[in-house]
Design a protein around this ligand. Structure first.
Ligand code: ZN
Length: 380
């Protein structure tokens, strides 16, 4: 599936726009592994009826910076990663190192190395590239990751790739008892102009469930919520709403759990949700969300070099009074450092966030003309 479809975000590079490309894995009862694996309900080898193993969502966050921010901010739940390398360029490229580092930092340990484009190189180069990949992953989190040569364009070796994903990235046990939590990625008013008041459909929010299970009909809370003017400074009040409809994987469902994108219809005034008005908010079961924070205290982990800078600008320590951009889940906010100690920084936020201790925040600093990712913080 072609996934680069958010050119505006690519240009601005700081907001998170996640898409998901979904796939289903099937197993043939008659064929031997790995050729028993396919994405088809009928075996492409022998024509047998295959068995559905599981559905998988591939997180699509276009752009180098956006991928890193998405991983570091916890905006999407990821159980593992496919690390895709082109056979026709030398490995590692600068961003290969950064991506592997980011995977390591967020604790993403289930990795499969995908050696793509083997159709455009000769056998000698394919073998050399394979050695490059092994050298690159030595002493890293990917050291024991399988390396699967493929041609995505010609769909070569996809069965072996699915086999490796099945073995290396199994579906983890999820605790469905946890209070449900969703980060809002999009929000809409789905009513056509001129709709009569009594026919209006409530506001819709979309995003990814990061834990727990949402039920149709239950009461939810949305934080930080909407802005209310309190004398001269902005204040945010949480919203309460009832779930009127849940959609996942293109159809209506009774409950929504982690994996892929969901849309949640509510009884909210649609003027609140229109034009992505609630992006960056967190949705949870009423009364279970962490408090809204106007100031955060962070344990800071900085990169050696700022991400995506051409001259690989070294990252200096965080300074008092410097402005930073923070991504927490799908929220993006700016703030000023009000205290900077050894690896701990307190940041006063312009717009509050709803996050709990231990959650991750991606940190960007202004370097030259743009905001560059310099590391991440863990909420104290
Ligand atoms: Zn078969």
């Amino acid at each position: 599936m072609w996934t680069a479809r958010h050119s505006e975000e690519l240009r601005r590079g700081i907001t998170i726009r996640i898409g998901y490309a979904d796939a289903s894995f099937y197993e043939c009862p008659s064929c031997e592994p790995p050729s028993n694996y396919s994405t088809s309900p009928v075996c492409p080898n022998c024509g047998s009826k295959t068995k559905l193993l599981r559905r998988v969502s591939f997180v699509d966050c276009p752009g180098h910076h956006s991928l890193m921010v998405t991983m570091l901010s916890g905006a999407a739940l990821m159980d593992g990663a496919l690390f895709v390398i082109s056979s026709n360029v030398k490995c590692p490229q600068a961003q290969d190192r950064e991506h592997l580092l980011a995977a390591e930092m967020v604790g993403l340990q289930r990795l499969v190395m995908v050696q793509n484009k083997i159709d455009v190189v000769d056998q000698a180069r394919a073998r050399q590239n394979y050695e490059e990949i092994l050298n690159f992953t030595k002493n890293t989190v990917a050291e024991r990751a399988p390396v699967i040569p493929v041609s995505a364009q010609h769909k070569l070796n996809m069965d072996a790739l699915i086999c490796a994903i099945q073995e290396k990235i199994p579906t983890p046990e999820r605790n469905h008892q946890l209070a449900p939590r969703m980060s809002v990625l999009r929000s809409f008013d789905v009513n056509k102009p001129g709709t009569l008041v009594e026919d209006l459909t409530g506001g819709v929010v979309g995003g990814s469930v990061v834990q727990g299970v949402f039920q149709n009909g239950e009461e939810v809370e949305i934080r930080p919520g909407i802005k209310t003017e309190d004398s001269n400074r902005a204040k945010y009040d949480p919203l309460l709403a009832r779930v009127a409809r849940l959609e996942a994987g293109g159809g209506e469902v009774k409950e929504a759990a982690p994996g892929g994108l969901i849309a949640m219809g509510t009884d909210l005034d649609p003027s609140v949700t229109k034009s992505d008005g609630l992006v960056g908010n967190v949705v949870g079961k009423a009364g279970t969300l962490p408090p809204t924070l106007e100031k955060v205290s962070l344990d800071v982990d900085l990169f050696e070099k700022a991400v995506g800078t051409e001259q690989l600008v070294p990252v200096q320590k965080i300074r008092m009074n410097e402005p930073l951009v923070l991504n927490a889940g799908t929220a993006v906010t700016s703030g000023v450092v009000v205290s900077a100690r050894e690896n701990i920084a307190d940041v006063a936020l312009r717009k509050p966030i709803c996050s709990e201790p231990g959650s991750k925040v991606a940190l960007s600093r202004r370097i030259g003309e743009s905001w560059r990712l310099i590391g991440f913080g863990t909420l104290r």
